[in-house]
Design a protein around this ligand. Structure first.
Ligand code: F6R
Length: 240
């Protein structure tokens, strides 16, 4: 595991975008795993700038980590909407190459199997970008007694619902369930890039980087990944 500590959110975002751009330069048809939330917004802005300078996404295939269960793609709180607003509508990823779990699928088990299969059909993820929850979650793999393997439906922790309430008109409107790639899906990515900023993430980062590998801190399993890079700002590195 490589840990880069940078001064602030802007440096984190620029460095992350350069790594993603490097991946696309090396392999034009890269399979990218993408995340949502506050953390990657700056990285997406930087990638849009790089696209304006010539970075070509036309062969890139993307798979998002997760989606709220019960939200339609045009709901402004959905991760479909987030991705289109913050990234896809500004770059040239082909719509048919964009994959995000369907939060309205008739049968959730079938949707999880379909999603996992689509990733396998694409030959797996070349680079997965992650944020981290204050409770150590990656994707929506919440602290647990076991590492949950593949794409599945998850009940969100009260902590996660509280944290994400800032994006909703009220806490009551935050969905309580989501479809997420599992730990195995994430760990099978060839490369992983985790971003974190702010003191609120400092405890989770300390546990993930220096703590025991245990499903109580889902991100701790990243210590076992052969090509995992953390880019964190000074505030998130406070306890390292
Ligand atoms: C988002 C995701 C989550 C977030 C995490 C941090 O797709 O899977 O694991 O990365 O909750 O969220 P922010 O960046 O909003 O602090």
């Amino acid at each position: 595991m490589r840990v880069y500590i940078v001064d602030d959110y802007e440096q984190m975002s620029v460095k992350a975008a350069l790594i993603v751009a490097g991946q696309i330069t090396m392999k034009a048809d890269s399979i990218l795993g993408l995340c949502t939330g506050s953390t990657p917004i700056g990285m997406y802005k930087e990638l849009v700038k790089l696209h304006q300078q010539g970075l070509d996404f036309s062969h890139v295939i993307t798979f998002n980590l997760d989606e709220y269960w019960g939200l339609s793609p045009d709901n402004v709180q959905s991760y479909h909407y987030f991705m289109h607003e913050n990234f896809f509508k500004h770059v040239n990823v082909k719509p048919e190459n964009i994959h995000i779990p369907n939060g309205l699928a008739e049968n959730v088990d079938d949707e999880c199997i379909r999603y996992e299969e689509a990733i396998k059909q694409a030959n797996g993820l070349d680079l997965q970008v992650l944020g981290i929850g204050r409770n150590g979650h990656i994707g929506f793999n919440e602290p647990s007694t076991v590492f949950i393997a593949e794409t599945h439906l998850v009940e969100l922790d009260a902590d996660t619902i509280n944290d994400n309430a800032r994006f909703f008109p009220s806490r009551e409107e935050v969905p309580t369930r989501a479809i997420t790639m599992g730990i195995k899906t994430i760990m099978q990515a060839k490369k992983i890039l985790l971003l974190a900023n702010g003191e609120g993430k400092a405890h989770a980062i300390k546990e993930a980087v220096t703590g025991e590998i245990n499903p109580g801190v889902p991100a701790s399993i990243l210590q076992l990944h052969p090509d995992c890079t953390f880019i964190i700002d000074k505030a998130a590195a406070k306890y390292l």
